[in-house]
Design a protein around this ligand. Structure first.
Ligand code: GLP
Length: 243
């Protein structure tokens, strides 16, 4: 795993944004896997800045988001769909057909997960998957536990994950849905390249396990060690426990 350290999260975000703009220039049909959460907020702001200045042509790019809350859709401010519209999709030249998102309101969630796997495969697979990481070592909504799911699935959220997401629901943990749809570990590991972003001291234990820990479903991100092309982009806080 390649480790890159940055003085702060702003430099990290602007570096990654520039790389993404370059990647789209080199491959206008890039298939991108995208995360949500607090960590990539600065990345999306940088991408908007570049896009408003014509630095990137999004008209052939495909995107697939990692996850979505069960029961929430486009009209719900807490949905990842709403997050993504505001953070990126409303600001770049993309048609709905280019945007892959799980539908948390689908009547048949298992069928929705299967549809998503097919859509990713039909797009030719994900070229570059951007990831955040939960303080408990989750990626997407692949939570720590006795077992992990390989493919896109319905996930039950752990209490700490619901607390960590409460900020998107007016600080009220009880309003955070109990379940989500998420790409599985195999879905993520099939990406040709992976970049994981982690910022803040709250992520230092998860990052230590990601980089140096044994592979364990207790820290789902540890399985990224199996992938040949992973870069972990870290600020000082997140890198604290690395030598
Ligand atoms: C959320 C998301 C993840 C995200 C992680 C970290 O629950 N499902 O995709 O990477 O938790 O979030 P944050 O960046 O807000 O710390």
């Amino acid at each position: 795993m390649k480790i890159e350290r940055f003085d702060n999260d702003e430099v990290l975000a602007s570096t990654l944004a520039t790389r993404l703009i370059d990647a789209i220039f080199l491959n206008p049909r890039l298939v991108l896997g995208l995360p949500t959460g607090r960590t990539p907020v600065a990345l999306y702001r940088e991408l908007r800045w570049h896009s408003q200045r014509g630095h990137a042509d999004w008209s052939q790019v495909r995107t697939f988001n990692l996850d979505e809350f069960v029961g929430l859709g486009a009209g719900d401010p807490g949905s990842y769909r709403s997050y993504m519209q505001a953070a990126l999709f409303d600001h770049v030249r993309m048609t709905p057909e280019q945007i892959g998102m799980l539908d948390g309101r689908a009547p048949n969630l298992a069928a929705e997960c299967a549809r998503y796997e097919r859509a990713i495969a039909q797009a030719g697979g994900i070229d570059l998957q951007i990831l955040g990481i939960g303080a408990n070592g989750h990626i997407g909504f692949n939570e720590p536990g006795d077992t992990l799911e390989a493919e896109t699935h319905v996930a039950e959220l752990r209490a700490e994950t619901r607390r960590a997401n409460a900020g998107w629901f007016g600080g009220d943990t009880t309003r955070v849905p109990s379940h989500a749809l998420s790409m599985g570990l195999a879905t993520i590991l099939r990406a040709r390249e992976i970049v994981l972003m982690a910022t803040g001291a709250g992520k230092q234990d998860a990052v230590a396990g990601l980089v140096n820990g044994q592979l364990t479903p207790r820290l789902p991100a540890s399985f990224l060690q199996l992938h040949p092309r992973v870069t972990a982009m870290l600020d000082r806080g997140a890198a604290q426990r690395l030598a």
